[in-house]
Write a protein that binds this ligand. Structure first.
Ligand SMILES: [Zn+2]
Ligand SMILES: [Zn+2]
Length: 372
C-alpha cells in the first residue's frame, strides 16, 4: 500500500517540477483579429551538442521568459561532449518532451546542420528523425531534412566566427539551396547581432524572417527580463499554439522578430500590431484657441514605440518625436499654425522608428483626427 506521506511527497515533487505562474514573465501584447502571436525561440542548444545545460532547463527558461514554443536544435556535426554522453541526435528533444508537456510549451524537434561557410549553418525544424541528416556531404544533409518536410533556415549569416567582418555574404551555394526549395528563411537576428543584408534578402526573395537566441549557456547569465535586454524571439502569427499551426505560419512568412526594443517584420503585420496596441480614446482636438489642444495616446502593450514625424498636415504643429514606453499614456500637444485654416479632419502621420520594415526603414502610420 502506498502511504499518504508518499503520495504527498509525489504531489510536492510534481508541483515543484511544473512551476507556477509566478515564475513566468508574460509580455502584454495586443489581441489580433486573425492570429495569435506565438512567442518562439527557434534556435537553442543543450549538453547534447555544445550547450552547457540539460534539455529540461531549456524548457523551464522558455516558460519563465513567457515563450510559448521552443525549438531545440543541437549541432549534428559538432558533438564536443560525445565522450561523456552517448551520441544520440534525437535524445535532447526526447528528454525535454516531459517538461514541455507540463509547462505547456510547444516543443519543436530541430537540428543544426553545421558546415563551413559556404554554405554555413542551417537549422531544420519539425524533424521526425535527425539521424538521416548525419552525412558527409552538406547537400545530402539538407536534402534529408527537406525530405522530412522540415522548415529550413540559414543561421547567423554574418556571424564573425565565419565572416570576420560581420557582413553577411550571399554565395553560389545559397543560390543553389534556394533554387532547390531547401531554404525557407534566414536569421536576421542571432543573439546580439542584426544582419541588415539578410533582412534585405528576405524581402527580395520572399523568405521568412527569424530572430533567435542560439543560447548555449543559461538565459539568466546573458539576458534580463527588460525591453532592452530580453532574449531575441521569433513571434509566429498562427491560428493556434500547435506544432502544425506554427509550421504553417512559418512557411507562410507570418513572423515578426522581437530584438531589443525593435520589431522586424513585413509592413502589414507590424501595422496590425501597432494599431491594436495604441488606442486614441478621443480622436479629436479642439484647435479653436491659440493654446492648442492635447491628444491622448494610450499604449496598452509592453512594447516601446518611438514615433518620429512623418508628412504632417500643413497648418499643424506637433512634437518632432515622441516615445511611448510600455503600458503608458502620453499627452501629445497639438497646435494650429498661426493664420492656418484647418479642414474638419486632419491626418497625423508618424514613422514608428523602432518597427523595421526594411533596413533603416521604420513603419509609417497615420491617424485621422477630427478638428472641433
Ligand atoms: Zn550555428
Ligand atoms: Zn546554434
Amino acid at each position: 500500500m502506498i502511504s499518504r506521506t508518499f503520495i504527498t511527497l509525489l504531489a510536492v515533487l510534481y508541483l515543484s517540477a511544473v512551476g507556477t505562474s509566478a515564475d513566468r514573465h508574460d509580455l502584454r501584447l495586443p489581441v489580433l483579429p486573425d492570429y495569435q502571436i506565438i512567442l518562439c525561440d527557434l534556435h537553442s542548444h543543450t549538453v547534447f551538442s555544445d550547450g552547457e545545460v540539460w534539455p529540461s532547463l531549456r524548457v523551464r527558461e522558455a516558460f519563465q521568459n513567457g515563450l510559448e514554443a521552443l525549438a531545440i536544435t543541437d549541432h549534428i556535426e559538432y558533438q564536443p561532449h560525445e565522450k561523456d554522453l552517448p551520441t544520440n541526435l534525437n535524445r535532447s528533444v526526447q528528454i525535454a518532451a516531459w517538461s514541455a508537456k507540463n509547462y505547456m510549451i510547444t516543443l519543436i524537434k530541430g537540428a543544426e546542420i553545421t558546415r563551413d561557410m559556404p554554405p554555413g549553418h542551417f537549422n531544420a525544424l519539425f524533424l521526425n528523425d535527425v539521424n538521416p541528416l548525419k552525412t558527409d556531404e552538406w547537400r545530402d544533409a539538407i536534402k534529408a531534412a527537406a525530405d522530412q518536410g522540415a522548415f529550413i533556415f540559414w543561421n547567423h549569416p554574418g556571424w564573425r566566427g565565419q565572416q570576420p567582418d560581420g557582413i553577411a555574404k550571399w554565395y553560389d551555394e545559397q543560390t543553389e539551396i534556394l533554387a532547390k526549395g531547401w531554404m525557407h528563411g534566414i536569421e536576421v537576428v542571432n543573439e546580439d547581432e542584426y544582419y541588415p543584408e539578410a533582412h534585405q534578402w528576405c524581402l527580395d526573395k520572399g523568405l521568412t524572417l527569424l530572430g533567435n537566441s542560439d543560447i548555449h549557456g543559461t538565459i539568466a547569465e546573458q539576458y534580463e527580463r527588460t525591453p532592452a535586454k530580453h532574449r531575441p524571439m521569433t513571434w509566429v502569427l498562427a491560428k493556434e499554439n500547435s506544432e502544425q499551426a506554427i509550421k504553417e505560419a512559418l512557411f507562410a512568412h507570418r513572423t515578426v522578430v522581437y530584438w531589443r526594443d525593435w520589431l522586424i517584420g513585413e509592413k502589414p503585420l507590424l501595422a496590425e500590431i501597432f494599431y491594436n496596441s495604441i488606442k486614441l480614446p478621443r480622436p479629436s482636438v479642439q484647435l479653436s484657441s491659440a493654446d492648442g489642444a492635447p491628444l491622448k495616446l494610450v499604449n496598452t502593450s509592453d512594447l516601446t514605440f518611438e514615433l518620429a514625424h512623418g508628412a504632417i498636415d500643413a497648418g499643424l504643429e506637433i512634437p518632432e518625436s515622441v516615445t511611448l514606453p510600455p503600458s503608458s499614456t502620453i499627452i501629445l500637444p497639438i497646435q494650429k499654425k498661426k493664420g492656418a485654416t484647418l479642414p474638419q479632419m486632419v491626418t497625423l502621420s508618424f514613422v514608428v522608428a523602432n518597427f523595421k520594415t526594411a533596413p533603416n526603414q521604420g513603419l509609417p502610420i497615420e491617424w485621422k483626427i477630427a478638428v472641433e
